[in-house]
Design a protein around this ligand. Structure first.
Ligand code: NAP
Length: 348
């Protein structure tokens, strides 16, 4: 394993911004993680493990320690019967390729998570979900180096504190676990209805009455491709905010005050989910190109911020603040950023 020094971090975020890492190394195996963390500890440096950089915004000040890039490859069926398949996947596997391979094997459970950028190891961190599936529904456990226990551990899904787009890995135990592999429980069945309206429309248009996992994947790929930019071509980090969950009374009040219907869906505890994209659009940020910051909102999906010619993370954050303030002023809802700003509260 080679440890490089003074490396620009911009290529390690799909937003293409940020300062420099003091040190950076690729990890191919679990043992590389151990070796790298031992090196960082010896040099009294913080360390962080990242995947594809699709959910990371680097600070302009850079990272004053060791950045590890997860390239751990593995795709192994370790148990199987007529219905169930248990798969262990290396944390550095490209997530969409994992979905593609599981669908090609006729498995259901993660096909609605098609085309989500990033690596498999990053998926549990924010309990990635889309179109009715999220990883907490199929995750059995994660394998990780635990910086507290100073050893590799298995964390069962029941101990991950999963919530809506969150887990202990992004809250109470941020930077503690270096995820080397995940184990999923998929099945040989068919995807379960009900389907989200956009997916149901796709099936109706294509006369698909009994969708197989491959049909659901194809529907999600078509929907996502039609409204989201490819991070390989356009610099972006996907949705910049989580869809907010608010008390139902707040939505009723907004509808009365603004004299407009706010699209919302039921969530737990008398709360409702509101579309962040809709809030941003109604706050005046549909297809906006902000010359001051060099940032823009994607024409088909204003929840996606695009780096057109921003030079610094400060530029991006100033644009973000404009959007947050406008939504807060119009609707009284505070949007919460989804991509992680790093560094923040380093643990090691
Ligand atoms: P969208 O489909 O416009 O939906 C906006 C909001 O409405 C979301 O909160 C979504 O819930 C909810 N919703 C829509 N139809 C629903 C239904 N039939 N039943 C229950 N809730 C419904 O959202 P989008 O921004 O274009 O994103 C598409 C999908 O990708 C969504 O599922 C979204 O959550 C997901 N996504 C996930 C991440 C992530 O994991 N970090 C990032 C971006 C987008 P849900 O959020 O529960 O789906």
């Amino acid at each position: 394993m080679t440890i490089q020094n003074n490396v620009s971090l911009a290529p390690y975020s799909t937003m293409g911004l940020g300062g420099r890492a003091a040190y950076l190394a690729d990890v191919q195996t679990r043992m590389d993680i151990l070796e790298a963390l031992t090196w960082a500890q010896t040099h009294n440096l913080p360390a962080i493990l990242i995947g594809g950089g699709s959910n990371i915004i680097w600070q302009d000040s850079g990272f004053p320690g060791l950045v590890l890039i997860n390239h751990i490859q593995r795709f192994e069926v370790f148990e199987e019967d007529d219905v169930n398949v248990y798969l262990t996947i290396g944390g550095g596997e490209g997530w969409d390729s994992v979905v593609e391979r599981s669908v090609a094997a006729g498995l259901t459970g993660i096909e609605a998570l098609s085309l989500i950028p990033g690596t498999a190891g990053a998926v549990p961190i924010q309990n990635v979900g889309a179109y009715g599936q999220d990883i907490s529904q199929t995750l059995v456990s994660i394998e990780a180096f635990d910086a507290q226990a100073k050893d590799f551990v298995i964390v069962p899904a029941t101990d991950c504190n999963f919530g809506y787009r969150t887990s202990r890995f992004k809250t109470t135990d941020r930077n503690r676990f270096f995820i080397s592999a995940i184990t999923l429980h998929l099945t040989k069945g068919m995807p379960e209805p009900p389907f989200y309206p956009e997916v149901a429309d796709y099936f109706a248009e294509h006369s698909i009455t009994q969708p197989k996992p491959a049909d659901l994947r194809q529907a999600v790929v078509a929907i996502r491709s039609s409204k989201l930019p490819d991070p390989q071509i356009v610099k972006n980090c996907g949705s910049f905010f989580a869809n907010p969950t608010v008390p139902i009374g707040q939505v009723v009040q907004i509808q009365a005050d603004q004299d407009m219907l706010v699209p919302n869906w039921p969530a737990a505890n008398n709360m409702v989910k509101v579309s962040a994209a809709w809030l941003i659009e109604r706050a005046g940020f549909k297809n906006i190109h902000d010359s001051a910051s060099g940032m823009a909102t994607w024409p088909q999906q204003p929840l996606v911020f695009v780096n057109e010619h921003a030079q610094t993370t400060a530029d991006l954050l100033s644009f973000k603040q404009k959007v947050v303030d406008a939504v807060q002023k119009k609707f009284g809802i505070r949007l919460v950023q989804e991509p992680e700003l790093i560094p923040e509260n380093l643990a090691m």
